[in-house]
Design a binder for this molecule. Structure first.
Ligand SMILES: *Cc1c(COP(=O)(O)O)cnc(C)c1O
Length: 386
């Protein structure tokens, strides 16, 4: 059976269960029958997760091709746990320059307090990455495509390089939700996702997951989350599990809508560049074709907006694309990105032509979304002509 079918029929646990969905057990205390079970069951306390958690972990293992999945209360905590599970004091981490900003902050501000150093590398410069590996390097952190700027590194080449140097690799796989990209199949050691995005799919809960293929590493992740007291609440776990049932259907709609908008935006005179890996003009298009089986609803473009008045006219004319952080829900979103771009000097964004805008194509009618962007571009054009 194909994965969408398996996700719908994933009912791990109690064979006596007659409901389609698992019960949401809101519990700290778990009652156990005897002394042996109290101390030996491994699931003797609510923090370790109950029915919903086990079913969600099983679904995530199916999606990512993982042997082990551990849940965390947010995507960011999944990134932090994934990184912390691979390093100790004295180690060094290399992270792609385009990873999610708060993950970068964790590496650059928090890890030093734990005796771990880090450095960034340009996701398109593998020679520089190879030179940056030191004897202390233990982990390379990747994200595909990169947050805001959508670079896709050559993951198999990086995995090969890392293995030769005895270095682990971690991928933030949130963009594809694991549906269109399986980093563990490419030899990546740790895959993490913000379940908050497509898994939950309705912008109403947080969640994260750390997935591995190696039991020993899975046990290390589990021990770390237990020592730090990290767990995901049952209602949020339920929201993510429910999302897995419709994940494929939703993602294919997000994908179609985003592709249509990206192609149309390419024809617009005030759009300097559309940044979507499925477009042949994207510098990493060939890598995307080789390593991905589809694309999601999130992409960017450069708007020819000479000053703030132009970009503000564009943004405020939009009615359906609402401004706000996060993505992966049913609604369309827009954010201007220049305000949060702090990149290495050799990065392409330093000499970009236009203001970087990120769109999330939601599940509204694609024609309505196009009309909305048309409204924004017309407003920008009006400012240019005054
Ligand atoms: C949103 C996001 C995160 C963080 O997820 P939260 O649940 O908001 O903490 C991590 N990585 C990527 C790529 C994201 O887009």
């Amino acid at each position: 059976m194909k994965l969408p079918t398996r996700l719908i029929h994933n009912r791990k646990g109690n064979p006596e269960r007659r409901t389609v969905n698992p019960p949401v057990e809101r519990a700290s205390t778990v009652l156990l029958p005897d002394r042996g079970a109290l101390y030996g069951s491994g699931t003797g306390y609510g923090r370790m997760g109950l029915s919903v958690h086990r079913e969600l972990e099983a679904a995530l293992c199916e999606i990512e091709g993982a042997a082990h999945a551990r849940l965390t209360p947010s995507g960011l905590s999944a990134c932090a746990v994934g990184i912390a599970s691979a390093v100790r004091a004295g180690d060094h981490v290399l992270l792609s320059d385009s990873v999610y900003g708060p993950t970068r902050r964790f590496c650059e501000k928090r890890l030093p307090k734990m005796g771990v150093s880090s450095a960034r590398f340009n996701p398109r410069d593998l020679a520089a990455l190879e030179r940056a590996i030191t004897p202390q390097t233990k982990l390379i952190v990747l994200e595909a495509p990169g947050s805001l700027t959508f670079e896709i590194s050559d993951t198999p080449a990086i995995v090969k390089m890392a293995r030769q140097a005895g270095v682990l690799t971690m991928m933030d796989n949130t963009w594809s939700a694991g549906v269109y990209h399986r980093p563990l199949d490419l030899g990546v050691d740790i895959s993490v996702q913000a379940l908050t995005k497509y898994m939950v799919g309705h912008a109403d809960a947080f969640g994260g997951a750390v997935m591995t293929t190696k039991p020993a590493h899975g046990a290390a992740v589990e021990a770390l989350t237990e020592d730090w007291g990290i767990s995901l609440g049952p209602d949020d776990a339920y929201a993510a599990l429910r999302g897995t049932r419709t994940l494929f259907t939703r993602l294919s709609a997000h994908q179609e809508s985003a592709l249509g908008l990206a192609r149309w935006l390419q024809t617009q005179p005030d759009v300097a560049l559309v940044i979507h890996p499925t477009l042949p003009s994207h510098p990493d298009h060939e890598i995307w074709r080789r390593d991905f089986s589809g694309s999601s609803g999130l992409f960017g473009f450069l708007l020819d907006a000479p000053d703030d008045a132009h970009i503000d006219a564009f943004l405020s004319a939009l009615n359906l694309f609402k401004m706000g952080f996060s993505w992966g829900g049913f609604e369309s979103l827009v954010i201007p990105c220049d305000e949060q771009l702090t990149r290495l000097p050799d990065d392409w964004t330093a000499h970009r032509q236009g203001r970087l805008v990120r769109l999330h194509a939601g599940l509204e009618d694609p024609g309505d979304l196009k009309a909305d962007l048309e409204r924004g571009l017309r407003a920008l054009h009006d400012v240019k002509n005054t």
